[in-house]
Design a protein around this ligand. Structure first.
Ligand SMILES: *[C@@H]1O[C@H](CO)[C@@H](O)[C@H](O)[C@H]1NC(C)=O
Ligand SMILES: *[C@@H]1O[C@H](CO)[C@@H](O)[C@H](O)[C@H]1NC(C)=O
Ligand SMILES: *[C@@H]1O[C@H](CO)[C@@H](O)[C@H](O)[C@H]1NC(C)=O
Ligand SMILES: *[C@@H]1O[C@H](CO)[C@@H](O)[C@H](O)[C@H]1NC(C)=O
Length: 784
């Protein structure tokens, strides 16, 4: 009954939002003056950068160049040459440079030199004519004076009908001394370019390592900056032994695809090469999970950020109801791996921005909460206080439609991106704002837990982080959750009463989720530093690394007073801290030996363990679109290597590809001598990381025994202990883990499909409500 009347209410809400769609699709913040839809070309002058047009007196041409005029060109003109040996030079001071021009079927090859060294060979041929393309970029220069020289080689591809090379504009990132010290050690001259026109896909390689002085391999952590994500790393999940998927929002990232900026990519964890993914709808700010069959879904988002990245040349799609499907991609060659999207056939029943997506005990995805449209802090008008499932389920007659969660009504306003974990009894822990509960999704019943102590809020925009602590046979898989950081700022205050300088919380709260544990309540401890937007990462050793975040302010950009650039937060925390959940209270935190970074990792940062055991740290972008103003858009990747990375480690062979529940499997493990006594087999889910939410992150120790080099272990007891789906198997000998091996847990089958529920969702909902609005706005395409 309750559910049915709620459905009526929801239908009303959906109808109301269709009516509201006649207003601007984006109710966030737009750059003043940029109200006209523009071509979504790579050319973009990020705040903090400077553009020099082709006819700037600072750009020097030698030999035969002619000026051509068209409104499709930057400032309506371009310089062009087909002459072998014709060149252009440009001197600048800064840390980055980008060259823009046209590509097409009459274009040839140029060589690019920086400070006299050949840095790239750019082939401007493409089968389609494209304007305002980024032909070369390098953001990793040491701060100082540089000379860019571009020479027409007279060479071309066989299929090209000419040897044209164009100069439309140059964009310089002035940078600063600090940034250069942070960024580079350098042989930038050898770094290869990976812009779309060049077929090479190896990454920028600006490099700095801050190894600790005293080297004791068993205690030494190292932090190395290597690699560049090409698209900003807002969301990240490891998909295979060699790759991670990165999903961002629609914005002017340097990596391009089909002539426009890309907003998702596959990152090679070994070579650091980046492959752009084609995306259709705006994935800002989606969540994701693997399903029981290994397919990754990416769910929710926002309409394209109108007025700023209106994407007339790729056709913008509303991402609010998107379910994007990324089929398993396990080989090192990722050429054929793509994101699939078709909202007519596959979509959510309701719009969601900032939803959490969780794999549950039957291997399907629970999609929790979110906002009906993009904005900032949630409120009663924008709230979507429901769960739905993918594939859709029939829960108490819901027939695929959203099921109301009173908890998400009671936890307004700061309740977006709820922290959620599937528990060993199949129920789901959910924390939002200052509250927490255990949700029985099968019966749609909530069990409220004690409030988080001391008024600490843990979800967006008062963002903390959370983990389910390791589940072990010794503790009888008893669940215990840990919530760290966040803020006590009053979530009913308007932005103009909140400051980027308001202190974050240092509190961690921990509770055992049994009747006794709940009766005992939250146990409180303090991190050495306060953090909002921390990332908590379980290492294969079972210890927890807390990294990233800010000492003051809250999540988001453009909302509070004393913004730094656009950031709502300030005072980045640069040193990680290690938390040992098994140590006694009072001695769990340690920063001993942990290196300090110099790259701020604020809003939209990520951290995850990768199969090698290293921790990948990337992202930070408290901005509407790419910015080079503090705190700018960060593309550099850091690798934090725990001490075990440099010692003799267990090596595994013949690990089966699949382990079913309760199934006994055996494989080989060579364990370094002296560590044989204490050998554990651990199954990990690295999670889907975004907005400090490590959904699905899981650490389950398996029952195992060792005989010489042979390890026997049992699959997890059932899908409640480890929801069926992909995992990473590690052998940990005396605290030293092997590398992780990907393994499918369960039978690898697809989650159950309820055709009637799918049909009901498709019959009773419509998708992409904002698209209708967009169709009426004509983009003046004035290309040739
Ligand atoms: C609710 O949030 C939306 C999106 O941020 C905003 O436009 C609206 O004004 C808010 N409504 C109230 C009543 O605060
Ligand atoms: C949902 O259905 C189950 C049985 O299928 C029942 O036990 C439960 O009480 C129902 N819950 C609600 C909230 O109606
Ligand atoms: C896994 O299941 C999902 C949901 O039904 C489906 O879309 C996907 O194609 C399946 N993947 C595989 C590899 O079967
Ligand atoms: C959904 O659509 C079906 C078929 O059109 C209809 O019978 C049903 O009543 C609808 N349900 C809801 C909840 O609107």
């Amino acid at each position: 009954m309750v559910i049915r009347s709620f459905l009526a209410l929801l239908t009303l809400v959906v109808l109301i939002s269709v009516v509201l769609a006649s207003e601007s699709a984006w109710n966030g913040h737009t750059t003043p003056g940029s109200t006209k839809p523009a071509r979504f070309a790579p050319y973009y002058v990020a705040p903090g950068t400077r553009s020099y047009d082709s006819n700037s007196p600072l750009v020097h041409y030698s030999s035969h160049w002619k000026e051509i005029f068209s409104s499709a060109y930057i400032h309506k003109s371009v310089r062009s040459t087909s002459h072998k040996g014709a060149y252009v030079t440009f001197r600048f001071t800064g840390t980055g440079v980008e060259w823009f021009g046209n590509t097409g079927n009459r274009y040839g090859v140029a060589k690019v030199y920086l400070d006299g060294k050949l840095v790239d060979r750019v082939d401007a041929w493409s089968s389609t004519t494209r304007q305002q393309q980024r032909l070369y970029w390098n953001f990793g220069l040491p701060y100082g004076k540089h000379t860019l020289k571009i020479v027409n080689t007279g060479e071309k591809e066989d299929s090209s009908r000419g040897t044209k090379i164009d100069m439309d504009a140059i964009v310089v990132t002035p940078g600063s001394k600090d940034i250069s010290q942070a960024a580079i050690q350098t042989d930038y001259a050898t770094s290869a370019d990976f812009s779309a026109v060049s077929s090479s896909s190896s990454p920028k390689d600006g490099f700095a390592s801050s190894d600790l002085a005293a080297f004791n391999p068993s205690e030494t952590w190292t932090l190395t900056q290597k690699g560049n994500t090409g698209v900003h790393a807002m969301q990240l999940a490891v998909i295979s032994e060699s790759h991670a998927i990165i999903v961002d929002k629609v914005e002017h990232n340097p990596l391009t695809v089909d002539g426009h900026p890309a907003w998702a990519a596959l990152y090679n964890l070994d070579t650091h090469a980046v492959k752009p993914l084609r995306m259709q709808s705006n994935s800002f700010c989606a969540g994701g999970t693997f399903l029981s069959n290994g397919t990754l879904i990416n769910v929710g988002g926002n309409p394209v950020v109108e007025d700023h990245t209106a994407a007339a040349d790729f056709g913008d799609m509303d991402g609010l109801q998107a379910v994007r499907i990324f089929e398993p991609c396990d080989s090192e060659n990722v050429d054929d791996c793509e994101m699939f999207e078709d909202h007519n056939r596959v979509r959510m029943a309701s719009p969601r921005w900032y939803n959490t997506v969780l794999r549950i005990s039957d291997g399907s995805a629970m999609i929790i909460g979110g906002s009906l449209k993009g904005g900032w802090i949630n409120n009663a008008t924008t709230n979507n206080p429901t769960v739905e499932y993918y594939p859709p389920k029939d829960i108490n007659g819901s027939n695929g439609m959203p099921v109301k969660l009173q908890f998400l009504v009671d936890t307004l306003n700061s309740n977006l991106f709820p922290i959620a974990f599937s528990l060993p009894d199949g129920k789901v822990f959910i924390a939002a704002n200052r509250d927490a509960m255990i949700y029985d999704w099968q019966t749609n019943t909530e069990r409220r837990l004690p409030q988080i102590p001391n008024g600490v809020r843990v979800t967006y925009p008062m963002t903390g982080t959370g983990l389910l602590l390791p589940l072990t046979p010794e503790n009888n898989y008893t669940p215990e959750v840990l919530l760290c950081g966040g803020s006590t700022v009053d979530d009913t205050k308007p932005g103009y009463e909140i400051s980027s300088q308001d202190p974050a919380s240092a509190q961690c709260s921990r509770m055992v989720l049994t009747d006794d544990g709940i009766a005992a309540g939250w146990q409180v401890e303090q991190m050495p530093q306060a953090r909002t937007m921390p990332d908590a990462v379980i290492l294969p050793t079972g210890k927890i690394l807390i990294v990233n975040g800010a000492g003051t302010g809250i999540s988001g950009y453009g909302n509070v007073v004393n913004q730094v650039g656009a950031s709502n937060a300030d005072n980045p925390v640069f040193t990680p801290v290690l938390y040992d959940p098994t140590a006694s209270a009072g001695s769990r935190f340690s920063s001993a030996g942990l290196p300090t970074s110099n790259i701020p990792r604020l809003y939209h940062s990520i951290a995850t363990v990768v199969p090698s055991g290293s921790v990948m740290i990337a992202g930070s972008n408290p901005n509407l679109d790419r910015s080079e103003v503090k705190y700018g858009t960060e593309y550099r990747v850091e690798w934090l290597d725990p001490p075990y990375m440099t010692v003799d480690r267990p090596t595994l062979s013949d690990v089966p590809k699949k382990i079913d529940f309760k199934q006994t499997v055996q494989f080989n493990a060579k364990v370094p001598s002296g560590t044989a006594g204490d050998v554990k087999v651990v199954l990990m889910d690295f999670g889907y990381v975004t907005h400090a939410v490590h959904a699905n992150s899981r650490y389950v120790e398996l029952v195992s025994s060792v005989d010489g080099d042979v390890v026997m272990c049992n699959g997890p007891p059932d899908g409640k202990i480890y929801p069926p789906g992909p995992g990473w198997l590690f052998v940990v000998a005396n605290g030293i883990p092997s590398k992780g091996v990907k393994i499918m847990v369960g039978d690898g089958r697809s989650p159950e499909v309820n055709e009637a529920a799918i049909a009901n969702v498709l019959a009773n909902t419509s998708a992409d409500q904002y698209d209708e609005d967009k169709k009426e706005k004509k983009f003046e395409d004035d290309s040739e």
